[in-house]
Ligand binder design. Structure first.
Ligand code: FRU
Length: 481
């Protein structure tokens, strides 16, 4: 398959050729980070899913390896090896994944001594589709998250009960035989979102403890849009709360969407050797047109993000390793723009990090940036003062998307708990994708854009209606060789 790399990100992980979706089995094993992913090596569309595999020392530069799981067993006939996690036990690396056929989905195990070659265990499936509560769907039962708690293995699997999305908890002493404990959600729990009422599956669960908080992540399919939240066809949510290991019930304290952008799904976390909890997500969305399909590849991933919890909210910051790829520092200091726009020499590119703080005055309606700007195209990232929101507008960015959802503008409401007079941004632009970290990672907006030409690369600062201060503006090229 001949691949055109015009839109390939330079410092974000992407699929070498063919199709890639969810990150899987992220793990720090024997001193390296392993990244597996949902992979169709044969064509740039979803189908016959393998586990692609890459490794890295710093989570920025990845080395691609042969697929770790190939769908060659009768129990994964036609559809393949769906998402799951990795866990180390007694020096061996285990992958727990979903074996999917058009009729049923079941949880299976593969094991490796070196982290390269994996063998599927003889007693697969280790959680067959009938080891579920009554009403559990045999066709939608997937994405096991395995972890250890007090010396025992637990696994959370996504599914639904009588058509309503839910998650199921299992327990095991040896990873081979699993006992069903209970479902995580009771629909009568009072929370301000109908996530378990969705017609679909709660996909790709994750669960971990950081900063003394228990955090559950998952992806409710078809979550209805609520105001400016949950605007993508499928959503990614984070919950703080408490998991009862005896009943399986998860008591929800609060809930929020993980990323307010367009292209973010199926995030998965792992604990780095140095203790950081790191999350990577698929930097795409289901049911869209994918402009790189004619280039014979589709599938890129977010920067690895370090998680922390403040006031019941998951904060996300790019891993510090990205900073060693900074080159050509351009320190623009602080300046004002009075109802107009400005730009600077040597402040352009398609591959950079831009840090700044935006402080509009009382007359300003909108203030922010035009990125990847050329004669015909631009992407706008700006603060809408009346809405108190950050807006990511890709309606003029280049190739137009189509999807089941609205695909051109996303709005991230900035909470009243944030400072009122300014907004801090850390923006990463990488050829065909943008990640915007807002107010120290309290919010993030991720989206792909496809400027038509390589010289659509200008950066413009604008203020509509009044005077805006742009403070501490620093840009770095990011160069990965
Ligand atoms: C989420 C998902 C998972 C499934 C995988 C199949 O994006 O639908 O639930 O395991 O993709 O590739």
């Amino acid at each position: 398959m001949e691949v055109n790399n015009r839109y390939r990100p330079a410092y974000h992980m992407s699929v070498p050729a063919g199709w890639g979706n969810d990150p899987n089995g992220l793990i720090f094993y024997k001193g390296q980070c392993h990244f597996f992913y949902q992979y169709n090596p044969h064509a740039p569309h979803w189908g016959t899913i393998h586990w692609g595999h890459a490794v890295s020392d710093d989570m920025i530069k990845w080395t691609h390896l042969p697929p770790a799981l190939v769908p060659n067993e009768p129990y994964e006939r036609e559809l393949g090896c769906f998402s799951g996690t990795a866990i180390e036990d007694k020096g061996l690396l285990y992958l727990m994944y979903t074996a999917a056929t058009p009729e049923i989905q079941q949880q299976c195990l593969a094991v490796s001594e070196d982290g390269l070659y994996f063998e599927k265990v003889k007693n697969n499936p280790v959680i067959p589709c009938d080891n579920q509560p009554e009403g559990g769907s045999h066709r939608d039962f997937r994405d096991p998250k395995v972890f250890k708690h007090d010396g025992t293995f637990y696994c959370i699997v996504g599914g639904n009960i009588s058509g309503k999305g839910n998650l199921f908890l299992y327990r095991s002493d040896d990873l081979m035989s699993w006992q069903y404990i209970g479902h995580l959600f009771e629909p009568q729990q009072h929370i301000p979102t109908p996530f378990f009422n969705v017609d679909g599956v709660c996909e790709c669960p994750d669960y971990f403890v950081i900063d003394g908080e228990e955090v559950l992540l998952f992806n409710p399919q078809n979550h209805p849009t609520m105001g400016y939240h949950y605007e993508n066809v499928h959503s990614s949510v984070a919950m703080c709360g408490h998991l009862d290991y005896e009943t399986g019930r998860f008591t929800i304290r609060n809930v929020h969407e993980l990323d307010a952008g367009f292209d973010f799904y199926a995030p998965q976390t792992f604990t780095h050797g140095d203790g950081r909890q790191i999350m990577i997500a698929w930097k795409e969305m289901w049911f869209r047109t994918y402009p790189t399909v004619p280039h014979n590849w589709i599938g890129s991933y977010t920067l690895p993000r370090v998680l922390s919890i403040k006031e019941g909210r998951v904060y996300q910051e790019p891993i510090k390793e990205i900073e060693s790829y900074r080159r050509h520092k351009r320190d623009l200091g602080s300046f004002k723009v009075d109802n107009g726009y400005t730009s600077f020499n040597h402040c352009h590119g398609q591959c950079y990090e831009l840090n700044l703080s935006i402080k509009p005055d009382g007359k300003t309606k909108r203030a922010g940036l035009k990125l990847l700007k050329g004669g015909m195209h631009e992407t706008s990232i700006y603060y809408d003062v009346h809405k108190r929101a950050l807006v990511f507008d890709r309606s003029k960015a280049g190739t137009v998307y189509e999807g089941r959802d609205e695909t051109t503008v996303r709005t991230c409401i900035i909470n009243t708990a944030d400072p009122v007079d300014h907004v801090d941004l850390r923006i990463f632009v990488d050829i065909s994708g943008i990640e915007v970290f807002i107010n120290g990672g309290r919010y993030v907006m991720t989206g792909n854009v496809y400027p038509e030409t390589v010289d659509e690369d200008r950066v413009e600062f604008f203020s509509d209606g009044g005077v805006t201060e742009f403070n501490d503006v620093v840009k770095y090229a990011i160069v990965v060789k």
